[in-house]
Design a protein around this ligand. Structure first.
Ligand code: PEP
Ligand code: MG
Length: 584
């Protein structure tokens, strides 16, 4: 019988296909006594488990496509080495013999001991190895504790990199941005998660992949089977199960309509984004990986308004070095053939955690903690190679550098000092860079939006990050689906902060862009034009739709209506003016 599951549609489109259930549940590990007579058998069982784990990882490694952008190979190599290390091969055997316990338990004891050692290490790199120990031990424990052979093939973190997800609809409890990056270019049709909000980086990645996605579909894994035919409606946030011919026909028709719409939009590619009253609007694109630059070129965007470089840090145990940063930037510069590229310095932390543990400390409110520029300024060993690479890249094309999550101008001064030092270093090394590299900042903390005048004085450009600005202004966790209904880009406080930032930029005669998800949502285009915005940056898949909205708009009229909106205190009138803007 057909039924539907409901969540939040975070990436539009319709997918018809079979499910791939991602189960990562860890079996309960308990201790039991092994009689003397079968101790050797238990040791053999343990060795078999190790061998199978080794084989699984080798297979996964082979199946990672050469085009995979992430450093999944290095990640898996580390784990293969660990599986050969005496601390995980010999020590548990000794424990099985002396304690007469089962292999899973021996591994648990050894794991706890290793984690304690790693946690007490001063060296931050070595202390991050504890995550690797956990990954490896969990894999072997799952193999040992599994009665059901099918369980052995359960996907794990790295399995996401393999091609068996191709043509499937991935159903997961949750996906981290790192998982989603691994799924890039694997031909996944759609994904559905039980948790997560529409502004999470996982959702943002789905939009940039251009695949339908639904998040917050609670208990999806309990209702859906593996390899089950389903439809994902990323527009309505619905997953349909128990399909009959009538439903299939309806959605196939929807897919056709959507393709037709895309064909219509593609005609706008070569056209300029000019409003009805002749105002030229710059439409830039957001990218996460160097490979995304192709999509930017395909929609003929004016450039990259936000390059989220933190994704280079994911799915690996170490931090990228200067050359690796540089290679990624040069790839984008080359692909974009002279269009400007705004490289944002690593915005790690909060929901963008990395395996190497550089995502800030474990704290109650990671979004309010050590993330973005705060983390970079604290971890200069990580930050300096990126600064050097950005500067070096600027010798090859029109590059701008952007600082995320600024809160006070002191942070700007700190970055400027570091940049000056880096420039001197490069001069000493005889390396070229653009002496006038523009440095801009993201306005995504309300304090920065209120004080936008100050930032505009010391920076070359501003970019409004509405995803975080809304989160922090309205005190709504952007990844929490339970309070998602409160996430309101049209809240008067949000619009006032956006307007104040645009005004500050105009006064200081510096460009102001908006690169949060709001920029790629055509429901807000007219409003933003009315607030004075002339530069938008969004995922490339949404750019042509925004261009169409721009071409249909009249800035002069919208400015007048937006002015009235900002003055209105009456909530009903406020809603009415918003409706007028939407229709104008
Ligand atoms: C934002 O906060 O609006 C933004 C563009 O940055 P991110 O989504 O990467 O936090
Ligand atoms: Mg942000």
């Amino acid at each position: 019988m057909p039924f539907s599951l409901h969540g939040i549609g975070v990436s539009r489109g319709y997918a018809i296909g079979r499910t791939y259930l991602l189960q990562r549940n860890q079996p309960e590990i308990t201790e039991y006594v092994i009689p003397d007579a079968i101790i050797e058998d238990e040791i053999q069982r343990f060795l078999n488990g190790l061998a199978l784990a080794h084989q699984q990882l080798r297979e996964i490694r082979l199946r990672i496509p050469a085009t995979s952008s992430s450093d999944a190979n290095a990640f898996i190599d580390t784990h293969l080495l660990m599986l050969e290390d005496p601390s995980l091969t010999e020590a548990p055997i000794e424990l099985i013999r002396t304690r007469k316990c089962n292999a899973e338990w021996a591994l648990k004891i050894q794991r706890d001991a290793l984690i304690e050692i790693f946690e007490n290490m001063d060296d931050p790199y070595l202390s991050t190895r504890k995550d690797d120990v956990d990954h490896v031990v969990r894999r072997v424990q799952r193999i040992l504790a599994s009665e059901d052979p099918a369980y052995l093939s359960d996907p794990d973190y790295a399995d996401l990199a393999v091609s068996r997800l191709e043509g499937r609809i991935v159903i997961a409890e949750d996906l981290t941005p790192a998982d989603t990056i691994l799924m890039q270019h694997q031909g996944v049709l759609a994904f559905v998660t039980e948790y997560g909000g529409p502004l999470s980086h996982t959702a943002i990645l789905a939009r940039s992949l251009g695949i339908p996605a639904v998040v917050g579909a609670r208990n999806a894994r309990a209702y859906l089977g593996h390899d089950e035919p389903v439809i994902v409606d990323g527009r309505q946030g619905v997953v349909l199960v128990g399909l009959d011919e009538r439903i299939l026909r309806y959605y196939r028709h929807k897919q056709q309509e959507e393709r037709r719409e895309q064909r219509e939009l593609s005609k706008l590619k070569g056209q300029p984004a000019i409003t009805r009253d002749g105002v030229t609007i710059a439409l830039h694109a957001n990218i996460e990986l160097p490979e995304d630059a192709v999509a930017v070129r395909d929609v003929a965007a004016d450039g990259v308004g936000l390059y989220r470089t933190e994704f280079l840090f994911m799915n690996r145990a170490d931090a990228p070095d200067e050359e690796e940063h540089l290679a990624s930037y040069l790839h984008v510069i080359k692909t974009l053939e002279g269009s400007p590229i705004t490289i944002r310095t690593a915005d790690l932390g909060a929901d963008k955690q990395v395996d190497g543990g550089r995502g800030g400390s474990v704290c109650t409110n990671p979004a309010l903690g050590l993330r973005a520029i705060r983390l970079c300024l604290k971890d200069l060993a990580m930050f300096r190679p990126q600064l050097r690479a950005i500067l070096r890249a600027s010798a090859y094309g029109p590059v701008r550098m952007m600082i995320p999550m600024l809160c006070s101008v002191q942070e700007v001064f700190q970055v400027q000092r570091l940049v000056a030092e880096t420039q001197q270093e490069l001069r000493d090394r005889g390396l070229a860079f653009d002496e006038r590299l523009p440095i801009g900042g993201m306005i995504e903390i309300p304090a920065a939006a209120v004080c936008a005048d100050q930032f505009a004085r010391y920076l070359d450009f501003l970019s409004i990050g509405t995803n975080d600005l809304i989160q922090y202004t309205l005190a709504i966790d952007r990844v929490d689906d339970e309070i998602n209904y409160l996430y309101d880009p049209l809240h008067p406080a949000v619009l006032m902060l956006i307007h104040n930032t645009i005004r500050a930029g105009r006064k200081a005669r510096i460009p102001v862009s908006l690169c949060g998800e709001m920029a790629g949502d055509s429901r807000y285009t007219r409003l933003l034009l009315g607030l004075g915005l002339t530069e938008f940056s969004m995922h490339p898949t949404g750019l042509l739709e925004i261009k169409r909205a721009v071409q249909d708009s009249h800035v002069g009229e919208l400015t007048e209506i937006a002015r009235r909106l900002l003055r209105t205190v009456d909530t009903e009138k406020y809603a009415e003016i918003l409706r007028t803007i939407a229709q104008n």
